[in-house]
Design a protein around this ligand. Sequence first.
Ligand code: MD6
Ligand code: FE
Length: 217
Amino acid sequence: MTFDLFDSVAAEVRQWQEPLAPGALVLRGFVADAAPILAAVHAVVAQAPLRHMVTPGGHRMSVTTTSCGALGWVSDDAGYRYAAIDPATGRAWPVMPGALVALAADAAESAGYSGFIPDACLINRYEVGARMSLHQDRNERDFRAPIVSVSLGIPAIFQIGGMRRNERALRVPLAHGDVVVWGGPSRMRFHGVLPVKPGSHPLSGPQRINLTFRKAG
Ligand code: MD6
Ligand code: FE
């Protein structure tokens, strides 16, 4: 007798959904096998390096960022936008690996958003202390598609607020393998990440890796 059946049942019962607001939820433990996802991320980073973007206000962001897919997210003194060419390399962004497209589509489907095909995947690396202040995602052309945000590595506290910056935000602890999806009536909610606390994860070391998938174009 083997424990295969037990293992697969155990893997499934560690996945559950937590509603956050209408159209927004956390898929706990959704990434069942993170190793191929992180391998795909490393392949992208080898072609399009992680770098600190600068906000239009001239502040260097604490996270390092790259992208894959037809469009990548960029920020500089001219503003936030999506671009087909990586300004760091002068080349198109790397093709979005199939494992990432499939993960995003599966997560969206599980959250009730069928037919989600991302054309942009932002990769953010948070080292200890890195954060992202409350903001809305509003540079995408079509707000009907949700945002799918995958957390890997060390934990972080995600904030999700209302449609105005000054509305009180929920604090949602996110662990390795959790996926947050927000769309529909929650698509324009302010959100952010509190400064990441020291920690270590067997697959990522002292880092949090966040993947955000969008339909940007
Ligand atoms: C996160 N990132 O890194 C969430 N939004 O956990 C974002 O919300 C985000 O990285 C807009 C543009 C870039 C981002
Ligand atoms: Fe965002």
